[in-house]
Design a binder for this molecule. Sequence first.
Ligand SMILES: [Zn+2]
Length: 124
Amino acid sequence: MWSEEELKYFEQLILKRREEILRNLRHFEEHTLFSSVRDQTGDIADVPDQGTDTLEQEKTVQIATKEGRYLYHLNEALERIRNGTFGICRKCGGRISKERLEAVPHATLCIKCKMEEEEGSRRR
Ligand SMILES: [Zn+2]
């Protein structure tokens, strides 16, 4: 399994990306959310239209954005570092390569299983 240094390394990598995204989200809020997005629903059309509470709506928009989803995945990855399941393929239980994790730190499938999964979804 991973050494302590390797886990620390990935934790730092994820925290750094998380910070970048948080900055982007703040930028998004300031420049988009409070001006144009409310009227141009094209991008967030799949957000369920429920409740009029503005804070709830803003949260929904955050989660609906690409950054918001990425943030969620990074948080999950941090959780996995803490509970010792980080970097382990959820399908075959094998170790995900370090190169892959450096590119996609929140990956939960090894390359092989990922390719099989994509193959499968294409056939469906
Ligand atoms: Zn696998």
